[in-house]
Design a protein around this ligand. Structure first.
Ligand code: 6CS
Length: 283
């Protein structure tokens, strides 16, 4: 897991450790007070633009961290420090205290809602597949991949697309874990996978950067739901989650939320049209 922090965040982190060592516990045991004195919130991200991105100089951006950074600033937490994690490791890392919050486009689903304390919805998106030009295997859905007994599909480990492919009947050995977007493009170009699946905006971003006329986007994947993420907090930090939600609601109301996420291609209306309770409700 690689960490990306601004100088202030690193200094704050060191002070935070010092405070813990010296006093045995930080000045205030409420999580928000702890983050304020620590000087930053530790984010889990995946580095999957436009949801989350880390530049060569370590600068963290993407719609989810940008929303989180602004909300934490309003809560009195000066900065954020991000660590890149595989989707499947985000919730265990949050529960183990390695992150203060997951801001990575971790889509709300009942099983995840049972494990974390989600904020209200932030980023919504449909699912897509990247295939060879002309879509030679005629994929429109995950079921189509399952029916083609020789076909393989790439997806993030512990991610939604991996789960959708398995649930559609693609055998485990034909669902290939792909660590990141660049690897997914390369594996598709080399014919090591027949399709690579991520949310639509992530696939479109990869397609634009790959600039490869021999690839084609299939979007949306038929039969796959539109998902929304939220910031995911440790279940013991519901007070922090609630404080986050108060600021999120104000920003949704004022239009500042739309100003942050829409340049990345996300729809504020989509997030405003649903709720955590609806997204977490078992189907
Ligand atoms: O929540 C997930 O599992 C999915 N979310 C994103 C933004 N990308 C892929 C991942 O599988």
């Amino acid at each position: 897991m690689r960490k990306f922090a601004t100088t202030a965040a690193v200094a704050g982190f060191a002070l935070g450790i010092l405070a813990t060592t010296t006093t045995g516990s930080l000045a205030d045991d409420s999580k928000l007070e702890q983050l304020k004195s620590q000087g930053f919130a530790r984010l889990a991200i995946a580095n999957e633009p436009p949801y989350t991105a880390v530049a060569a100089d370590g600068k963290v951006s993407g719609a989810a961290p940008d929303v989180a950074r602004e909300i934490f600033k309003r809560l009195g937490v000066a900065d954020v420090a991000a660590s890149i994690s595989e989707y499947g490791a985000m919730i265990p890392g949050l529960q183990a205290g390695r992150f203060d919050v997951v801001t990575a486009g971790l889509f709300m689903k009942p099983e995840r809602c049972a494990a974390v304390a989600y904020s209200e919805p932030v980023l919504c998106d449909a699912e897509a597949m990247l295939v060879k030009k002309g879509n030679p295997k005629g994929f429109k859905s995950y079921e189509d991949v399952a029916k083609d007994t020789a076909a393989t599909i790439g997806a993030p480990g512990g991610g939604t697309e991996e789960k959708l492919a398995l649930n559609a009947g693609v055998p485990r050995e034909r669902v290939i874990v792909v660590p990141d977007g660049q690897s997914g493009i390369k594996m598709l170009q080399d014919g090591r996978i027949d399709a690579y699946s991520l949310p639509v905006l992530s696939i479109n971003d990869l397609m634009k950067k790959a600039n490869d006329p021999n690839l084609e986007v299939i979007a949306p994947v038929q039969g796959a739901p539109v998902y929304c993420d939220g910031a995911a907090f440790n279940k013991k930090d519901t007070a922090l989650r609630d404080a986050f939600d108060v600021e999120l609601a104000k920003m949704k109301e004022s239009g500042e939320f739309a100003k942050i996420i829409e340049p990345y291609g996300f729809s504020a209306k989509a997030a405003l049209s649903t709720t955590r309770d609806k997204l977490c409700a078992a189907k």
